[in-house]
Design a protein around this ligand. Sequence first.
Ligand SMILES: O=C[C@H](O)COP(=O)(O)O
Length: 280
Amino acid sequence: MGISPGLVPPTPNDDKARAMPPWLISVRDLREARLAIRSGVPILDWKEPADGALAPVSKETWTAAADWLQRRSHVGGPRPALSAALGEPGLATRIAASVPRSFRFAKAGPSGLDRPDQLREFWGTLTASLPESVELVAVAYADHEAAGSLDPETILALAAECGMHRILIDTFQKSSGSSTALLGRQRLLSIGAQIRRHAQWWALAGSLGLADVQTLQSWFRQSRDTFPDCLAVRGAVCDGDRRGRLCPDRLRRWAAQFDGPAAAKMRKGGLQTQSKPVIF
Ligand SMILES: O=C[C@H](O)COP(=O)(O)O
């Protein structure tokens, strides 16, 4: 079971890319998506940040995003991969079937699911509902106690068992610090190593600021191969907090960090379709 070619960690000769992976921005509408694209973001995560960590946008906005992506294929230029946030379990299972086929990824929070069998069943239901072309990403919360969910290490192990290729680590509450502060150096290094042992790809989110990125780079200096494959951001690129609008100046500051070969490769359309997890 492998990782999509376009999302494979950078090659050993690619020092700059190894130092900084591609990034992802959460957007709530087309206006924000256009702004994010101008900053060279290869993955757009569609969510309503004012309604929770993984709250979805409306189905109409999904459709508008899919149409916009389709139009971009006619005019040329970078085509981002689209990802849909589905919310937490109850809502996610109701709306998963409506995710447009042209979205690459979907993810749902595991809050309230504190037993492995519950999480397996949840992922199975979502996988059966999502269009075949949309890959389900496993989510673990750094502040899992607040979410009433399993801890990240247990979720990673279950995801590997279920044949899932991609993991997002985020924070459920957006007021209790960053995922780096919550998990700390030893746990994040160990999580990175656990993910690599299973040849999985991972994105790290959770109130990340540029200072967190520097901290991560220093923590992972001795084990760059296990550094997150993607850093996912919202609050730090907004006016005010994550519920505000994307801020062009902040986007520029972040974009300067991510202008590496790995991001360029992804912008050229290196993402490949991933097969469904085999267990479901
Ligand atoms: O998936 C990315 C999240 O939306 C990150 O949001 P945040 O940076 O506000 O925690």
